[in-house]
Design a protein around this ligand. Structure first.
Ligand code: PLP
Length: 374
């Protein structure tokens, strides 16, 4: 059975450009810290990838620290910034929310947007060197935060700012300089690069305490032999994603078509984050009365791969903390599924999703609801 893969926010399929770059890098074979020819070639490949990523994101090459992915980049920023106070938005990914247990939570409104007045007041009320962490785009709803405004408020209070741009990079333009943040996290596998490769962008001059010590790689900011194929694949994927940006923005047509058709057959359909600026590829949909796990399994049987809002590594679904922060009841937070499209998505994938979701809806509560309403 041909599968419709609609889970790009979990991992995007590897782009052919990334695969080619990884194979080429793997053939180099040396350690970038070695002084011989193979080592120099490895170093050259890493520095070329660094330059590429920096130029695509409005950063300087020296501001990029390669990591093992988004989780490590987030932890490095939150734990390494030397902050006495950490404030994180309530909708952050767990790799931010759980990085520092004492972090203060910043509220969002029903649309999933950070409450800027509350941020201003909270920063004004506390003491100590503060670090604020607000993501650029949410992994469950796709809601895009006003990070440049958050930066203005943070600056006014002398706080530093970390931005998890793991879901935004490769889907919308990300300009490190223009956002005016101190730290920004990336993860290769979210935009068609390999898993296990990421980066933390660190503003020149920003203090960063390394979390891994050893060989002193990455200018002492992150020790460990660099993942050359991963880094090269990530740079090639980002380049391809930026080149395809118009096509990624065009996914909104497919996404909106899905939402319109589902809303037409299911009057109680809830689309979380629809009232806010969103990534073009993401839809967070709740079928009333139907657990997200059941929806994900039923669609999987029909050859359509999507996610429940927040699954942990065991695959067990917890009520989404993102939707709870947006005002969902516990039951509502268990009913949402995430559909996320990407670079290889086609109209047929959307059709398959709509058909499978509709069949499930009519097979279960939906039919009863429609008959009762008639
Ligand atoms: N931040 C966000 C917003 C994410 O969606 C994810 C992954 O789902 C991560 C961080 C973690 O990235 P990685 O899988 O590279 O550790």
């Amino acid at each position: 059975m041909k599968v419709a893969y609609l889970d790009y926010n979990a991992t995007a399929p590897l782009r052919p450009e990334a695969r080619a770059a990884m194979l080429e890098a793997a053939a180099v074979g040396g350690n970038a810290s070695s002084v011989h020819g193979s080592g120099r070639r490895a170093r050259m490949a890493i520095e070329t990838a660094r330059e590429t990523i920096a130029s695509l994101l409005g950063a300087r090459a020296a501001e990029i620290v390669f990591t093992s992915g988004g989780t490590e980049a987030n932890q490095l920023a939150l734990r390494g910034a030397g902050a006495e106070r950490i404030l994180v938005s309530a909708i952050e990914h767990d790799s931010v929310r759980l990085a520092c247990p004492a972090a203060e939570m910043l509220a969002v409104d029903g649309r999933g947007l950070i409450d800027l007045d509350r941020l201003d007041a909270t920063l004004g009320n506390g003491r100590g060197r503060a670090l604020v962490s607000v993501m650029l785009a949410n992994n469950e709803t796709g809601v895009i935060q006003p990070v440049a405004e958050v930066a203005r408020i943070a600056r006014r209070h002398g706080a530093r700012l970390h931005c998890d741009a793991v879901q935004a990079a490769g889907k919308i333009a990300v300009d490190f300089g223009a956002l005016d943040v101190d730290f920004l996290s990336l993860s290769g596998h979210k935009f068609g690069g390999p898993q296990g490769a990421g980066a933390l962008l660190v503003r020149q001059g920003a203090m960063l305490e390394p979390q891994f010590r050893g060989g002193g790689q990455e200018l002492g900011r992150r020790s460990g032999t660099e993942n050359l194929p991963g880094i090269a694949g990530m740079a090639a994927a980002l380049q391809a994603a930026m080149r395809d940006m118009a096509a990624i923005a065009g996914l909104a047509r497919l996404r909106d078509g899905i939402e319109e058709r589902l809303a037409a057959i299911c009057p109680g359909l809830r689309i979380w984050g629809a009232g806010a600026p969103r990534l073009a590829n993401t839809s967070c949909l709740a079928m009333p009365g139907m657990g997200s796990e059941t929806q994900v399994m039923a669609l999987d049987l029909a050859g359509v791969e999507i996610s429940a809002g927040a699954a942990c590594s065991s695959g067990k679904v917890r009520p989404s903390h993102v939707l709870r922060a947006m005002g969902a009841s516990e039951a509502e937070a268990r009913e949402a599924v995430r559909v996320s499209l990407g670079w290889a998505s086609v109209a047929e994938d959307a059709e398959r999703f709509v058909a499978a979701w509709t069949a499930l809806y009519l097979r279960t509560g939906g039919r009863a609801a429609r008959v009762a309403a008639a």
